[in-house]
Design a protein around this ligand. Structure first.
Ligand code: GDP
Ligand code: MG
Length: 166
């Protein structure tokens, strides 16, 4: 199995952390500052059963500038050309305007979207289900996978789920 997977999400949800965890190298630019990842950076994950090319897309975000428009378009074009989209959110912050904005953009896609609820190491387990329900009301996600990109929790499950769409 092989294919392309794009990672999207508002700044600071942990996109670069996740990609670096999976790829095992410091490829993406990691920073607490929003919007430091200006270009698509490809990382390749290879196991015995599958190969995944990850695209760490510039954040899709509300329009602020010409550069912002360029980044939005770059990200959206990418999403139509991949096998699956990972939509990463910060479970410790809840559902915000930035997440809703991205969900609106995902609605026109035919690509499967996997909702990845990151930073579960920062929340109580009982907080997770209500938050999942909130997201499910807004969009039909192909899969929903809670993870901690920082600790690596459940990342192997995420890779298995991605494998279904390759
Ligand atoms: P990006 O802007 O989406 O690429 O986000 P980054 O990967 O740069 O991560 C933003 C911040 O969140 C960094 O300080 C990370 O260390 C932190 N972070 C990422 N994933 C997790 C996680 O699973 N748990 C916790 N506690 N922090 C995380
Ligand atoms: Mg990043």
């Amino acid at each position: 199995k092989s294919g392309f997977v794009a990672i999207v999400g508002r700044p600071n949800v942990g996109k670069s952390t996740l990609m670096n965890h999976i790829i095992g190298q410091k490829i993406a630019i990691m920073s607490d500052k929003p919007q430091t990842t200006r270009n698509k950076i490809h990382g390749v994950y290879t196991s015995e059963t599958m190969q995944i090319v990850f695209l760490d897309t510039p954040g899709i975000h509300k329009r602020q500038s010409k550069l912002g428009d360029y980044m939005n378009n770059t990200a959206l074009n990418t999403l139509g050309e991949v096998e699956a989209v990972l939509f990463l959110v910060d479970a410790s912050e809840g559902l915000g305007g930035g997440d809703r904005f991205i969900i609106e953009r995902l609605k026109d896609l035919r690509t499967p979207v996997i909702l990845v609820m990151n930073k579960i190491d920062r929340i109580e387990p009982e907080q997770l289900l209500p938050l999942i329900e909130e997201y499910r009301k807004l969009h039909h996600f192909s899969e929903i996978v809670p993870i901690s990109a920082k600790l690596g929790n459940n990342v192997s499950t995420l890779l298995e789920q991605i494998g279904k769409y390759l």
